[in-house]
Each structure stands twice: as structure tokens, then as C-alpha cells.
Design a protein around this ligand. Structure first.
Ligand SMILES: *[C@@H]1O[C@H](CO)[C@@H](O)[C@H](O)[C@H]1NC(C)=O
Ligand SMILES: *[C@@H]1O[C@H](CO)[C@@H](O)[C@H](O)[C@H]1NC(C)=O
Ligand SMILES: *[C@@H]1O[C@H](CO)[C@@H](O)[C@H](O)[C@H]1NC(C)=O
Ligand SMILES: *[C@@H]1O[C@H](CO)[C@@H](O)[C@H](O)[C@H]1NC(C)=O
Length: 425
């Protein structure tokens, strides 16, 4: 060995600890498959901007002047707990700005005229969550920390796909512009995440409504694309057929929550997205009255009895139900994680048929929202599908709908699934 080579060896040996140190700091997660997160309902923050076309409804006088006057640029519409705390008169106004309108000519939903909206920080997880201490850790905040704990880094191999939770997928042939835009953005995000990580395929991790959206996304992506870009799909707290508690439309609106205020939530395309699926709940009576029982098959009639218009009921049938019934195997390796062992509404009793009153709730098993029937149906609707060759369903006892992404033990198991997916060939 000549002296030059010896010098090189010494230099390299001397540099080694430094090199390892910088690896640990800089590219700690090098070698990990990139993760893309889709959060649950109401977890994506939305900004809004008003145009000259905007005319405040008479029901939202606070939108006329006051705090909104002079709001020229983008401002945080959802979730803006702080602004609503400081000025409760803004609640009816923000409820109005969040409302969706269905345009029968375009056959699609859009914002109230004069309101523009956008999700915050697409591509990152920074637009998840809220400034409301009461809902801290319900939107993957702790999952992000846990993934960072095993080497994931925001913008390097950890990405977020926030979406406007008011919009829903529609079946082929029906317009759903906002949702289609989201699918395109998600496709691009996954491709870029892969490219930034040496063309490694991506692990999708979703919570609740995010899982329904990801399922539609995967089923509408060509199989070759899925095989190339999706390493694993970890679907957390999403059943195969919704939950009974969502049949509860009555109750008094919260004066502090713009989503429930003046039934804003009823105007969303997602209002019916997770209603019980006939495929899962069959003919079992889910709502009981003296005169009549309603099963999942009777939902159109039930919606009518709850004051929804003929048009709204028709949209449930033509738009939502098709998507619900089409819930099927994504044909990529998949792990479902769900909580069980928590009291979950199984039947709602409105004995006198007054759906505005509080029902007597008969509880069964589930995660507090999603019924165990819906969770177990994942085995038959996805696991048993011959196209689905890698499927695992993890049931975590005593764990709620949100506990799956916030309880320490549940999080540990979730992160373990991500690491295991990384090790799979
Ligand atoms: C159901 O899913 C399949 C693909 O899995 C798709 O080809 C079909 O168009 C979907 N139908 C509806 C109504 O969404
Ligand atoms: C990733 O794939 C693209 C084409 O699909 C190729 O051009 C590129 O060189 C690949 N990058 C790496 C790091 O393998
Ligand atoms: C409704 O369902 C309940 C519980 O399953 C049953 O006892 C009752 O007979 C049913 N009532 C009607 C009107 O079908
Ligand atoms: C669930 O929690 C209850 C009460 O906290 C406890 O008695 C029970 O052992 C727990 N079950 C499991 C499976 O952890």
C-alpha cells in the first residue's frame, strides 16, 4: 500500500464517525419506504377567500360586516377555534361560508357563490389538526410524532394528503370535480414521494374517512400503477360499511360549532358517505319506531322522514350508495387496524317516531362509532376477494375510533405495521 492510499484509509476511517453522525441527523430514515398520510373527517384545514360575488345570507348577518369586512386575502376558515372563541358571532358566518350548494345543471357540488376555498399545505402534514385543545390528537398528530420517532422526516419520506372533507367521490358518469382534483393531486404526490426516495413504492396510511377515499383512489388507479407505486395500504378505523350512529340526524345544533350550526353538515356531499351499507347490515332493523323499523335498505325512506328533500334522497341513491356498495379489494398488500370492545350504537329507538328527539340507543360492540359488523365485513369484502392476496386485519381491544391513532399501545402497533411493510419483499 503506498502512502497515498494509507492516507486515504486514515482519512476515511477518521471521517467515519462524523459520517455516521450526519447520517443519523440528516438522512435517519434513508432506506425507509415513503409514507403518505390521509387523515379523517374534518381533519384537514381549509382556507377561504371572498370575491365580490359574495352576498351574505340573511341567516348569517355577521358575514355582512364586522370581522369579515376588509378580509381581502386568504384566511383560516376551518378549523379556526381561536377566531370563533374571540368572536362567537362569527359562528353563523363561518357555517354559511362552509356550506356547499348542489348545482343540478352541473350535477355537482360547489361552494356558496363568492367563496373560494383550498386545503392548507397539501403534500405535508402541517395542515392536519386544529387549534382546539378539545380535539388535540384526533387527527394523526401523534402518529406523525411516532413515525418521526422511527426515522421518518416530513418532506423527505413523510407526506400528508389533506383533502376537503366536505366533498365525496361520485360513481363514474357523475360529476365530482373537487374529489377528482384531489385524486390527481394524490397520484402526483405519491409519484413524487417515490421519486424522491430512489423510486421506492409508498406506504399509504389512512384514518377513518381517509380510508374510504384511499380505497376509491386505489380502485380507480390502473393495477400496474398500484403495483409500481403502492407498497402497502394501512387502513385504520375504517369499516367496510359505515356505522349506525350516523343515522342520527336530530339533536340541537351546537352554537359554537359551525359544522352543526344551521345543519351546515347536511349540505356536504359527505353527509351520507358512511351511512350503514346494505351489504354489511342487511335487513337488520337499525332504527326502531312503534310504527315501522328501518334497515340499511330503507335508508332513502328514513332520510325522507328526517326532512331531507326528494333531491337529496335521490343523490344518496345515485351518488353515495353506488360508491358504498362498490367498496372492494384494493389489490395491494393491506393491513386494517380497528378498535373493538367499546360501546357502539347498534340500534336507535325513536319509539314515537320523533327523529328530532334524542333516541334511546341500544349499544353493541365496535370502536364507539364503527360497528363490529362493519369491521368484520372487511374480512369477507376485502380479505376473501381472490384479487387480494396479502390481507391482515388487526383488532385492538378496548380502543376507540380515535384511540387507534392516539393511544400509545395502539400507535406502537400501527408503527410496527409500517416497519413490517418496510421489511416485506
Ligand atoms: C366500482 O369499482 C370498479 C373498479 O373496482 C369500477 O370499474 C366501477 O366503475 C365502480 N363502480 C362504481 C359505481 O363506482
Ligand atoms: C427512477 O425511475 C425513473 C424512470 O421510471 C428513472 O429515470 C430514474 O433513473 C430512477 N431513479 C432511480 C434512483 O433509480
Ligand atoms: C322492529 O324491530 C324490533 C327489534 O328487532 C322488533 O322487536 C319489532 O317487532 C319490529 N317492529 C316492527 C314494526 O317490525
Ligand atoms: C378493557 O378494559 C376494561 C376496563 O377498563 C378491563 O376490565 C378489561 O380487562 C379490558 N380488556 C382488555 C381485553 O384489555
Amino acid at each position: 500500500m503506498d502512502t497515498q492510499a494509507q492516507l486515504l484509509v486514515v482519512l476515511v476511517a477518521g471521517a467515519w464517525p462524523f459520517f455516521v453522525g450526519s447520517l443519523a441527523r440528516g438522512a435517519a430514515g434513508a432506506g425507509l419506504h415513503p409514507v403518505v398520510l390521509l387523515p379523517g373527517y374534518a381533519c384537514s384545514q381549509l382556507d377561504a377567500r371572498l370575491t365580490d360575488e359574495f352576498e351574505p345570507a340573511s341567516t348569517a348577518p355577521s358575514c355582512g360586516g364586522g370581522a369579515l369586512k376588509g378580509k381581502k386575502g386568504w384566511f383560516r376558515l376551518w378549523k379556526n377555534h381561536k377566531a370563533l372563541q374571540e368572536d362567537p358571532a362569527l359562528v353563523p358566518c363561518y357555517a354559511e361560508l362552509l356550506r356547499l350548494v348542489y348545482d343540478p345543471v352541473a350535477g355537482d357540488y360547489h361552494n356558496v357563490p363568492g367563496v373560494e376555498t383550498r386545503v392548507v399545505s397539501f403534500g405535508t402534514t402541517r395542515g392536519f389538526g386544529s387549534d382546539d385543545p378539545a380535539t388535540k390528537n384526533t387527527c394523526m398528530e401523534k402518529l406523525v410524532q411516532a413515525l418521526e420517532g422511527v426515522g421518518y422526516r416530513e418532506g423527505e419520506n413523510l407526506f400528508g394528503a389533506p383533502y376537503d372533507f366536505r366533498y365525496a367521490p361520485a360513481p363514474p358518469g357523475e360529476a365530482s370535480r373537487e374529489f377528482s382534483c384531489f385524486l390527481s393531486s394524490l397520484r402526483l404526490l405519491i409519484e413524487q414521494a417515490s421519486q424522491r426516495n430512489g423510486n421506492m413504492s409508498v406506504i399509504l396510511v389512512t384514518h377513518s374517512l381517509g380510508g374510504l377515499n384511499a380505497n376509491v383512489f386505489l380502485n380507480r388507479s390502473p393495477l400496474a400503477w398500484r403495483r409500481r407505486y403502492v407498497k402497502h395500504f394501512v387502513m385504520v378505523s375504517t369499516g367496510a360499511g359505515g356505522g349506525v350512529f350516523l343515522l342520527r340526524f336530530g339533536g340541537s345544533p351546537s352554537p359554537t360549532d359551525p359544522l352543526s350550526f344551521a345543519n351546515t353538515i347536511r349540505s356536504f356531499a359527505t353527509a351520507f358517505s358512511a351511512l350503514p351499507s346494505p351489504k354489511v347490515f342487511g335487513h337488520a332493523p337499525l332504527v326502531i319506531t312503534r310504527a315501522k323499523n328501518y334497515s340499511a335498505y330503507d335508508i332513502p325512506e328514513y332520510l325522507k322522514a328526517n326532512g331531507f328533500s326528494d333531491d337529496e334522497v335521490a343523490r344518496y341513491v345515485t351518488r353515495v350508495l353506488h360508491v358504498t356498495l362498490n367498496f372492494s379489494a384494493p389489490a395491494v398488500p393491506m393491513t386494517c387496524i380497528n378498535g373493538i370492545g367499546v360501546l357502539t350504537a347498534e340500534k336507535l329507538v325513536y319509539w314515537d317516531g320523533d327523529f328530532g328527539a334524542n333516541p334511546h340507543v341500544i349499544n353493541g360492540d365496535g370502536d364507539g362509532g364503527i360497528n363490529i359488523e362493519s369491521t368484520l365485513a372487511l374480512d369477507s369484502l376485502i380479505g376473501a376477494d381472490p384479487e387480494q392476496d396479502d390481507f391482515k386485519s388487526l383488532l385492538i381491544h378496548n380502543t376507540s375510533h380515535v384511540g387507534t391513532i392516539s393511544d400509545d399501545l395502539a400507535l406502537e402497533r400501527l408503527v410496527n405495521e409500517v416497519l413490517e411493510a418496510n421489511r416485506a419483499i
